[in-house]
Design a protein. Structure first.
Length: 245
């Protein structure tokens, strides 16, 4: 295309709708429809036409499957965690607060993006929950956490995700202006690992990590009568401050 030594360059785009939508073939031999755009680098002149090509042209640009994978990742709609605590009404200084997120979100989510004959699928899987407890504490739990079941004896239950507050939340931000009703800003952040695979092109691996978060303001109170006898009572976690979420 062009004349003399004019530096023309052409881009070939596979026309999926033409080739897969019942559009008639453009010749007697096997091939495919392409949109071909050629430009004169010297003058800026440009010509686009649709042609039937019996064999893939050498100049067909390769779709980058990782770009498609990133597009797929950006389209994944991940849920924010639903926070559960025990005790659920208010936490108590010196008593471990159980923390967990709704386990129904703990599964993989995937989206596929395509361009021409190449597609890439991004899969996000939850791996950790990072808890910031509002009092300066931070812990990472490798799973959604264990739910406290108030119908079972305390001795039958255990958790791998809890935090014990050493001070009350008095003086912390409060919704009603009463400093005695202050609350720590507890936040649960789910960390999602993302990997990808491709079809129609080579590629695969990991993508940037994703996160979703939810906040749960928490009041922490002091029980002045806490002693060995009451601690045994509290081990059942029924302390008039809420039990189980």
């Amino acid at each position: 295309m062009g004349s003399g030594n004019s530096p023309w360059t052409c881009t070939y785009t596979y026309l999926t709708l033409n080739n897969q939508g019942g559009f008639p073939n453009g010749g007697p031999t096997p091939g495919a429809w392409y949109s071909v755009t050629c430009a004169d680098l010297a003058t800026g002149a440009q010509v686009t036409q649709t042609i039937w090509i019996t064999a893939p042209p050498v100049a067909v640009p390769q779709v980058d499957p990782r770009i498609l994978a990133l597009q797929a990742e950006n389209s994944i709609r991940l849920p924010a965690p639903v926070v559960h605590l025990n005790p659920s009404g208010s936490a108590v200084v010196g008593l471990a607060t159980w923390m967990w997120v709704d386990p129904s979100i703990w599964h993989a989510y995937e989206v596929t993006a395509s361009a021409g004959t190449v597609s890439a699928t991004a899969v996000a899987r939850p791996v950790d929950v990072i808890w910031t407890t509002g009092d300066g504490g931070r812990l990472t739990c490798g799973g959604p956490g264990a739910a406290y079941d108030p119908s079972l004896p305390s001795a039958w239950q255990e958790t791998y995700c809890s935090h014990t507050y050493a001070r009350t939340s008095i003086g912390q931000p409060t919704h009603d202006g009463d400093p005695d009703h202050g609350q720590f800003g507890l936040v649960a952040t789910v960390v999602w690992a993302v990997d990808w695979t491709a079809v129609g092109a080579s590629g695969g691996g990991t993508l940037p990590t994703l996160t979703t978060s939810s906040a749960a303001p928490l009041r922490v109170v002091q029980i002045e009568s806490l002693n060995a006898a009451s601690a045994n009572l509290f081990s059942g976690r029924s302390i008039g401050l809420g039990s189980g979420s």
